[in-house]
Ligand binder design. Structure first.
Ligand code: ZN
Ligand code: ZN
Length: 93
């Protein structure tokens, strides 16, 4: 069985551009250069950065795990572009 660390290392080797884009986002967020926003679909505050283009590492969209996965699976036609108020949704789990 592969250890998850090994998997991550493999992933990094296979996706150097993605990896560096993610690092750039993490650094920009922790230095305050980039601000995390709520999910553009449902307003959740637990978000991932989604890259439309990995060669623009700080040009990201914020999506919760659920909608991030959906975007990758189904594409974006289904998404209205708006940012619902996070508070109203945060009770919903
Ligand atoms: Zn969402
Ligand atoms: Zn993504």
């Amino acid at each position: 069985m592969l250890k998850s660390e090994t998997r991550q290392a493999n992933w990094r080797r296979a996706n150097p551009l993605k990896y560096s884009a993610h690092l750039a986002v993490q650094q920009a967020v922790s230095s305050g250069k980039l601000k995390k926003e709520c999910c553009e679909v449902c307003g959740s505050e637990a978000v991932d950065a989604h890259h439309d283009r990995y060669d623009e590492p700080l040009n990201v969209r914020w999506l919760c795990r659920r909608h991030h996965v959906k975007l990758h699976h189904y594409g974006e036609d289904m998404f209205p572009v708006n940012c619902a108020p996070a508070k109203a949704r945060s009770a919903e789990k």
